[in-house]
Design a binder for this molecule. Sequence first.
Ligand code: PLP
Length: 241
Amino acid sequence: MTEKSLIEEKFRDIEYNLKTINEDIAEAAVKSGRKPEDIEFMAVTKTVDEMYINHALDCGIKLIGENKVQEMLRKKPNLKLDGVRKNLIGHLQSNKASQIVGEVDMIESVDSLKIAREIGKQSLKKGIVTDVLLEVNIGMEESKTGFMPDEVPEKIYEIAEIEGIKVCGLMTIPPICEKNAELCKFFNKIYNMYVDIDSKIIDNVCMRVLSMGMSGDYTEAILCGSNHVRIGSKIFGPRIY
Ligand SMILES: *Cc1c(COP(=O)(O)O)cnc(C)c1O
């Protein structure tokens, strides 16, 4: 095949995948008593070429996510981002906070008090408020960053005091589970935490985003209360690093 026909084939794959995912999202939304438009669909674009990202944007994607600061900044000028929001979803080092604050619409991966303070500080310098989610290590895995589930209800008050950020919800990546029932246990746990925090009505905290669900588990995540799914490989194919 010529390169051109390979690209066209990949474009068609992306269109088909987006259609399938949109249908799955709509069905899971209705099943869980909500409307399709209540669920935000993020295309995770890490390692994906700008040409394919732009195709997904042409197909109606309104939210993208990258997990690395440099990659986000490098690709941004080449993307058709009119009316499109972009979020950082990967671990952020303190020394990179100044580069990313003001360049994204939300930082979903606030995984420590330290980085929350740094984002706040850099935001104040730029005269803005940065929307953030707290990343929760719901399975308490050593390999993952994030707040431990037990510390969130307490730390949320400390984080709420930080100027320059606004806490808009929670984000999580659950452990790999063999059984759906096990996976849902983790999803339910963070959903309950989300509802619980919301009910406390804390100044500067507004629980409106529950970011969970990726290519392999977005349907289950929505059924368990997610309103924001982050999907990469199911749209663009396996990642080549
Ligand atoms: C890569 C990534 C995703 C998407 O993963 P897929 O399994 O390819 O859908 C979602 N969330 C985060 C934080 C990621 O780094």
